[in-house]
Design a protein around this ligand. Structure first.
Ligand code: NAD
Ligand code: MLT
Length: 306
């Protein structure tokens, strides 16, 4: 049986599949017709966020049993088409949660203490000490949009750094929020208005697409927005405008509506917006975890196990 892998995953997962007797084909450049040809005789397909697993892929892949997502978000996989074709979609929901939470905390500090901006100028030979006055997180309010696995880990870390926590998440109880020292607020606008820093941790769903637009950003007076969840949840043009000419102090983004981020994105023109190229899960430990978890699921599915 053939397992096609179209986004890079850790060798630990590839070795596990080979040891289980599968032919493992890696093709990280496959796109369009090449992807359709490569998947035609595949029994399993493994991806991260870089492969668009759409209806055409399921049409082409007659022997496909499972799509394994070596990570959390499955928004690059057409779940309805998978269901229509009887193909399992399995993600790896745990292995990169701590990496994503740590990256979120790093982005909060990068944004609030101007670390990338000051670093760049010092490397260019400029001692710009008096240009950067930062913001402490201590005694500030953190608004968490989505208190799931990653949101909870972020809550624990930033609570320990002296932040007050408020949460907007329509699917959790007050008691659940309280377990993380957070107050649940049942209105998004109220949660944004109460926050100095806002961090987003929801999936990208029809319900969350463009959830944060110019009206919501207006509520973040002198505040910071961090998005290490998914592009498309925040309106990028509105964010660039709100930081550049509006009330916001800054933003830090790891994810974008279109990836790779286009050279002409307005986000790149605003100095107070810190960007990283979707690095939230890019730690050695996280990549090994998700590769192994995904290989386990693929092997189980190809053996008709649950
Ligand atoms: P999760 O499913 O455990 O949690 C998501 C939370 O969002 C849930 O508590 C859910 O109730 C809540 N939610 C759903 N709809 C909502 C809405 N309309 N408003 C507010 N809350 C809502 O997911 P997770 O594992 O915590 O992952 C969170 C996000 O982080 C996902 O988008 C995932 O793809 C992304 N992620 C990114 C990276 C990265 O590399 N940057 C790494 C890991 C995860
Ligand atoms: C995820 O949803 O797990 C992230 O996108 C991590 C990744 O695979 O890059």
């Amino acid at each position: 049986m053939k397992v096609l892998v179209t986004d890079p995953i850790d060798d630990a997962g590839l070795d596990q599949l080979r040891e289980a007797g599968y032919e493992v084909e890696t093709n990280y450049e496959a796109d369009g017709e090449e992807l359709l040809a490569a998947v035609a005789d595949a029994n399993a397909l493994i991806v991260r966020s870089g492969t668009d697993v759409n209806e055409a892929v399921f049409e082409a892949a007659e022997d496909l049993v499972i799509v394994g997502r070596a990570g959390i978000g499955v928004d690059n996989i057409d779940i309805e088409a998978a269901t229509d074709h009887g193909v399992i979609v399995a993600n790896a929901p745990e292995g990169n949660v701590r990496a994503a939470a740590e990256h979120t905390v790093a982005m909060a500090f990068a944004g609030a203490r101007w670390i990338p901006q000051a670093h760049t100028r010092l490397k260019d030979g400029e001692w710009a000490k008096s240009d950067y006055l930062g913001y402490e997180v201590n005694n500030k309010t953190l608004g968490i949009i989505g208190l799931g696995r990653v949101g909870q880990e972020v809550a624990k870390r930033l609570d320990s750094l002296g932040m007050d926590l408020v949460v907007f998440d329509p699917y959790i109880s007050e008691e659940r929020a309280a377990q993380f020292g957070a107050e649940l607020i049942d209105d998004l606008d109220e949660c944004l208005a109460a926050s100095d820093f806002v961090t987003i941790h929801t999936p990208l769903l029809p319900e969350t697409e463009n959830m944060i637009g110019s009206e919501e950003l207006e509520l973040l007076d002198d505040g910071f927005l961090i998005n290490c969840a998914r592009g498309g949840i925040v309106d990028e043009a509105a964010l660039a405008e709100a930081v550049d000419n509006g009330p916001m102090a800054g933003a830090a983004l790891d994810v974008f509506a279109e990836e790779p981020l286009a050279d002409d994105s307005p986000l790149l023109d605003v100095d107070e917006i810190v960007v990283t190229p979707h690095l939230g899960a890019s730690t050695e430990a996280a990549q090994e975890n998700v590769a192994v978890d995904t290989a386990d699921q693929v092997i189980a599915a190809l053996n008709d196990q649950p």
